[in-house]
Write a protein that binds this ligand. Structure first.
Ligand code: ZN
Ligand code: ZN
Length: 147
């Protein structure tokens, strides 16, 4: 008998393109056992009306959001839409932006460094950030003494 956890593992691995032999090796079972368990799970799922309903919507070729992976209704004016909502579109483009490199100069050590997606980054490293904070504290401290 397989535990629910093992069954779930089989379905997940199968979904990510693993062969029954590979999954079997990972679980210490043979490929035939894994295949028959997988087929039984799929039969059970197929008899589940909600799963059937879902597969029917994908037959209508509903577009899938490029960001969150959810299907969304296609309307005539949104035929080329790639996202289910403005939220997802913005989030996706922000994600893209994050990979844009910016050449910046470290405020602490003056070294040139590359920051990805954040043109307002001020330090080349955590160390420079920490050192600059210490310096600020030290300056504030000496200031206090003067006062
Ligand atoms: Zn979405
Ligand atoms: Zn630095």
């Amino acid at each position: 008998m397989m535990s629910e956890q093992e069954k779930q593992y089989i379905v997940e691995q199968r979904a990510s393109g693993k062969s029954f032999a590979e999954i079997g090796r990972a679980l210490g079972k043979n490929a035939d056992t894994v295949r028959s368990v997988f087929n039984r799970i799929m039969e059970k799922e197929a008899s589940d009306s909600s799963i059937v309903a879902r597969s029917q919507t994908s037959i209508t070729n509903a577009p899938i959001c490029k960001y969150c992976g959810q299907e969304f209704a296609r309307t005539s004016e949104s035929a080329k839409r790639l996202f289910c909502s403005d939220h997802c579109r913005n989030a996706y483009h922000n994600g893209q932006k994050r990979r844009v490199p910016y050449a910046l100069t470290c405020e602490h050590c003056g070294r040139r460094f590359i920051a990805f997606g954040n043109p307002r980054k001020r330090f080349c490293s955590r160390k420079c950030f920490a050192d600059s904070q210490k310096k600020a504290v030290a300056l504030a401290g000496s200031h206090m003494e003067v006062l």
